[in-house]
Design a protein around this ligand. Structure first.
Ligand code: NAD
Ligand code: DAU
Length: 334
């Protein structure tokens, strides 16, 4: 592949994926197509060789703009989405516009231009919560929050597009991802940066009830790359490393690595409809040759160290619009 359109490439996983592509494939050129919502950030790409990628400001729901950017590309990988569950509970119209209409627009453009393959990055949240065991790709979707419902809707539209028109779309469903360049609204960078600021860590329901399966962003990007090159159109691939942690355990690890004590933990009212546990079986992807490579102890230590060393990156993101969001969500100043 010589030219790949990466939609949402200025966000967390998208920018790390662009970095991975440029490091791994010396001949590839990436076109980053991004609307630069509050979650998109040109600073996520500043360390990259600017001759190897092109940035286009645009909305995936804008068909003419997307077609223009996609023309001449061999493939598309979509990371563009509204992604934060708590914001979707406050209001989901943007989530529907991007995660459903935007995905439909991508499918239409891929079909119209005859693009050979497109990977649509989705989430393990579409299956809903599971108390024991892990979901397979053949299990039905049962989303339980507006964000997850919008992602499941996009997935269903893509699968229907493939079934109806043969559009070469592939879906990935990854688990909770961590690493550098994640917006500080998400639990891990929020807790690390709050700890560094000596501010409380707002832990829903004390953190003993909920479990997430943590995947390093480099492993997530490698998995998407594997699916892009070896996956079968019309198929779904789960992505997970099998690294389950209770939220309280994650919080204690962050406090240990930032040198803070547990007095910073602040139990706060629960997220409405809070899914207890996500778990997916990634054996289908492993059969394509993917294996996660970043051990948890190394990954979390390096990630916390990255936020410690990059205050100039995260500090501006905790100002402006974020202050209002934080006050509304947690009823306190950030
Ligand atoms: P993010 O919120 O960090 O970034 C999203 C990016 O999409 C931003 O750059 C934003 O500007 C851009 N964007 C939003 N709406 C757009 C639009 N209409 N047109 C063009 N660009 C638009 O997201 P992320 O955490 O990197 O997630 C990327 C993808 O991975 C999403 O599809 C998400 O559902 C999925 N996912 C995320 C995780 C996770 O833990 N973060 C886990 C599994 C799957
Ligand atoms: O599972 C994949 C999903 O992971 C992705 O599809 C989403 O885009 C991504 O945001 C993430 O969703 P979660 O809801 O799991 O992530 P979040 O960081 O919001 O929360 C992780 C856990 O931490 C969850 O159990 C809620 C809890 N939490 C979160 C925040 C923001 C708290 O206890 N306090 C908080 O302030």
């Amino acid at each position: 592949m010589r030219r790949i359109l990466v939609t949402g490439g200025a966000g967390f996983i998208g920018s790390n994926f662009v970095r991975y592509q440029l490091e791994r494939y010396p001949d590839v050129h990436i076109v980053v197509f991004d609307k630069l919502t509050y979650a998109g950030n040109r600073a996520n790409l500043v360390d990259l060789d600017s001759s190897r990628y092109t940035f286009v400001l645009g909305d995936i729901a804008d068909r003419p703009a997307l077609e223009t950017a996609l023309d001449g590309c061999d493939a598309l990988v979509n990371f563009a989405a509204d992604t934060h569950v708590d914001r979707s509970i406050m209001g989901a119209s943007e989530f529907i516009a991007t995660n459903v209409t935007g995905v439909y627009t991508i499918a239409e453009c891929v079909r119209a231009l005859g693009i050979p393959r497109a990977v649509l990055v989705s989430t393990d949240e579409v299956y809903g919560s599971i108390d024991a065991g892990a979901f397979r790709e053949t299990d039905p979707v049962a989303p339980r929050n507006p964000y997850a419902a919008s992602k499941a809707s996009g997935d269903l539209m893509a699968l229907a597009h493939h079934a109806t028109f043969g559009t070469p779309l592939i879906i990935t469903r990854g688990s909770n991802t961590y690493g550098p360049y994640q917006h500080p609204e998400k639990v891990l960078p929020l807790f690390v940066t709050n700890a560094l600021e000596g501010k409380p860590l707002p832990l829903y329901r004390g953190g003993e009830h909920n479990v997430r399966d943590w995947l390093h962003v480099r492993d997530h990007g490698a998995a998407i790359d594997c699916v892009l090159r070896k996956g079968t159109p019309g198929e779904i691939y789960n992505i997970a490393a099998g690294n389950e942690r209770e939220n309280l355990e994650l919080t204690r690890k962050i406090l240990e690595l930032t040198g803070k004590d547990e007095s910073l933990i602040q139990p706060v009212p629960d997220r409405p409809g809070h899914d207890r546990r996500y778990a997916v079986d990634a054996s289908k992807l492993r059969s394509l040759g993917w294996v996660p490579e970043v051990p948890w102890d190394d990954g979390i230590a390096a990630t916390v160290a990255w936020y410690c060393e990059h205050e100039t990156w995260w500090r501006p993101l905790k100002s402006g619009e974020f202050v209002e969001y934080y006050r509304r969500q947690y009823r306190v100043q950030p």
